[in-house]
Write a new protein. Structure first.
Length: 569
């Protein structure tokens, strides 16, 4: 419930502090006095857009602040808990500051808030019915929301909507995968070819180096044989070979060492040299004997190197890089195959989900059909009580049928985020006429009364504690206005109601009555709001009845209206 509203430097309001009570709170005043500014100030606390033009001239900052009793608002307290905000004594203070520098600060409790937070919580604290509500009623797409609210099926629809959004998200994922499927198939074929080509080559690291060495040896085989076997021949085989000469020298020095022991060291060195040279000679012989004079093998080596070079040009600068590329495309093949599995899994998942969606949509549709019959009776009853006795109210529901069961990409056709139904309200203002769309034939006075009727119907399960009505008296007067006042009084039994009105037939039903006036103070226009006592209420309602010249007869009429209004419930 709205307990206090504080407004500073906002439009033509210099400073304003209003304390509201339970029941029906009436605000009245001359046209242009600033009543709509109060509505605008409350709209800011519900997340409305802030403009620097709203700041009072020559002021740097405008402030709108409200105190709400949230003891009967469990969903508000739950939201605050999520934001880690703890109100004091079930009282929540919301404050919004607008600066000329374009910055707007929002405080929820003692914590800085965001516009999104304010929008979420503001609409749970107060509901404003005015020109905007009337415009919403003229928007056919909003009729389904009203029907579901009356039928108390919004919670089922919310669950359905979560499922619907999840389905759409998964369906978009599937469509994205399917869109890329042809490209992935081509990519898989290319990857498979590349993988097989590299795999059939049987490459191994170091192979190219080995082949290059072998090619070099095969290319120079004759030269190698001549050099190595020639060396062996010079060292060991031919007459006067180096080893024969060295052996003779070693024997001579050994003989000499018997004469001079100092030559023993040289003898050992020479003998060691003989052994070493013999090993070298035999190694040269063995190497020469193993040299292959094989042109066929050389051709095979060169062919293998050509193949390696061809693969290097396609897949990497070295065998190591080629083998790494092979591992990469193997993973790509796995990923592509995984996507195929994912597509199959998504199809199965969506097939199951869409069945549940259609089932829930059908349940909603059945509830709406029942609610349509119920709302017809309720609306017509309420309208009859506020001067529209001959008006008939209808709800037309177009049910979309499922056209396919096999293709999950189109199985959603016929469903929206609200279900399978298209809902539109029709009325017959006069007996004997055919029903026509509410959005095309209702007058301003009729629309305002239909809004009031619907709010009355919704009041029983409406969670918002404070309802504000602006322009509810548009296009009505006399007995109809009195009936509207009685209806507002009836709603005020379960909700705090704020009503801006120009009609005394409505104002007389107020539990509290506030006068909104505009005057000049220090050469500047200022709006003031004053809570009227009983005599002042009589004067204000008399003014609303008779204009500037108020007679005692007019005052008596005002007193009688107030007295009768108090007896109506």
């Amino acid at each position: 419930m709205l307990q206090e509203l504080i407004v500073k430097n906002f439009a033509i309001i210099d400073s304003l502090h209003i304390r509201f009570e339970e029941g029906l709170n009436i605000l009245s005043g001359e046209t242009g006095a600033g009543k709509s500014i109060i509505v605008g100030a409350l709209g800011l606390l519900m997340g409305g857009r802030a403009f620097t033009e709203l700041i009072r001239t020559e002021k740097e900052e405008a402030v709108v602040e409200a105190v709400f009793d949230i003891s009967t608002c469990p969903d508000v307290r739950e939201r605050l808990h999520l934001w880690d905000i703890t109100p004091d004594d079930q009282l929540l203070i919301i404050r919004r500051k607008i600066s000329r520098n374009g910055k707007s600060r929002i405080f929820i409790g003692e914590r800085l808030g965001t516009l999104q937070m304010l929008s979420q919580i503001g609409t749970r604290l107060i509901d404003i019915s005015g020109q905007y509500s009337q415009q919403l009623l003229l928007q056919t797409e909003r009729h389904i929301d009203i029907l579901d609210a009356v039928g108390n099926t919004l919670h089922v629809r919310e669950q359905y909507c979560v499922q619907y959004k999840d389905y759409v998200e998964r369906l978009n994922e599937l469509k994205s995968l399917l869109k890329q499927e042809d490209e992935r198939i081509k990519q898989k074929e290319l990857c498979a070819f590349q993988y097989d080509e590299i795999g059939k080559a049987n490459l191994y690291q170091g192979e190219e180096e080995e082949l290059l060495r072998e090619k070099n040896i095969l290319t120079h085989a004759n030269n190698l044989y001549e050099k190595t076997f020639g060396g062996y021949d010079e060292l060991y085989e031919r007459d006067g070979a180096c080893l024969s000469v060295l052996k003779k020298i070693a024997r001579d020095v050994a003989d000499a060492s018997h004469i001079d022991k100092k030559l023993s060291v040289l003898t050992k060195q020479l003998e060691s040299a003989v052994i070493s040279l013999e090993d070298s000679a035999f190694a040269l012989r063995d190497y020469a004997e193993n040299i292959q004079m094989d042109p066929g093998r050389l051709e095979m080596v060169e062919s293998r190197l050509d193949e390696i070079n061809r693969l290097k040009k396609k897949y990497g600068p070295s065998i190591e890089k080629i083998l790494l590329f092979k591992d990469t495309i193997q993973q790509q093949i796995r990923d592509i195959e995984g996507n195929t599995h994912k597509i199959d899994h998504l199809r199965e998942e969506l097939s199951s989900k869409v069945k549940q969606l259609w089932s829930t949509a059908e349940q909603l549709s059945e509830k709406r059909t029942n609610t349509a019959m119920e709302i017809k009776k309720l609306v017509e009853k309420e309208l009859a009580s506020i001067g529209m006795k001959k008006t008939s109210f209808f709800t037309k529901i177009k049910k979309h049928e499922r056209t396919t069961y096999d293709d999950v990409t189109v199985a959603l056709n016929g469903l929206t985020a609200t279900g399978r139904d298209t809902v539109e309200f029709f009325i017959t203002p006069n007996a004997g006429e055919d029903p026509k769309p509410l959005s095309r034939i209702a007058s301003g006075g009729e629309i305002s009364r239909i809004v009031l009727a619907l709010k009355k119907i919704l009041a029983g399960n409406y969670r918002v504690a404070t309802l504000m009505f602006d322009e509810v008296d548009a296009g009505i007067g006399g007995a109809v206005a009195e009936a509207v006042g009685a209806k507002l009084k009836e709603i005020a039994q379960s909700h705090q109601v704020l009503c801006i009105t120009h009609l005394p037939q409505i104002a007389c039903f107020g539990d509290q009555h506030y006068s909104v006036t505009k005057g000049i103070h220090d050469r500047r226009t200022v709006t003031q709001v004053v809570l009227l006592d009983e005599p002042e209420r009589v004067e204000e309602i008399s003014r609303m009845l008779g204009g500037r010249k108020i007679s005692e007869k007019t005052r008596d009429h005002a007193r009688e209206m107030m007295k009768n209004a108090q007896k109506c419930l």
